[in-house]
Design a protein around this ligand. Sequence first.
Ligand code: E4P
Length: 216
Amino acid sequence: MKFFIDTANLDQIEEAQALGVLDGVTTNPSLMAKEGISGEANIFNHYKAICELVDGDVSAEVLSTDFDGMVKEGEALAALHPQIVVKLPMIKDGIKACRYFSAKGIKTNVTLVFSVGQALLAAKAGATYVSPFIGRLDDISTDGLHLIGEIREVYDNYFFETEILAASVRHTMHIVDCAKIGADVMTGPLSAIEGLMRHPLTDSGLAKFLEDAKNL
Ligand code: E4P
């Protein structure tokens, strides 16, 4: 399973990259706003800075909601750097734009996916990635992980190449469960990734080894 970090914070991206397990980055307008970035030039420069920090795909979301606007924005984003993936909302014009970009060989990430039907449509439109938001489904007492399993089953039935990018990952067990279900990618916060390495028996075992090593 690929590990993407879900942030626009350069320090966190750098830290995750230094760990040596990072395969890419996802951003969204809320995450960009959180970093205080505004204005097209600044936004574009920030995407370029992220691409320089990591080796993998970097999802950059369009803000338009009509086909022509999405195409214009997506083309400008894709021209910024070869690692840019055009992130499109799961709406009618988003699906049309997804087909447009996949026909041109430009990578896409269809976002805000909350049902198997939406994921099926994204795959039919040739999406590189589909982003089901598991945390937001959990937030409304729905089983986000169950959706990942259902999409896995449908995609495997027809050998769709669209990668299931489990998004809205909130904690470490989401990552473990996504890996068990067979998500191709997960995107989450650095804290959730770092949580994977923690175990009290590792800490106490190391403390004992270091203590005993004093007698060597
Ligand atoms: C996915 O690409 C989104 O950026 C993200 O995972 C949303 O997560 P949230 O529900 O924690 O905001």
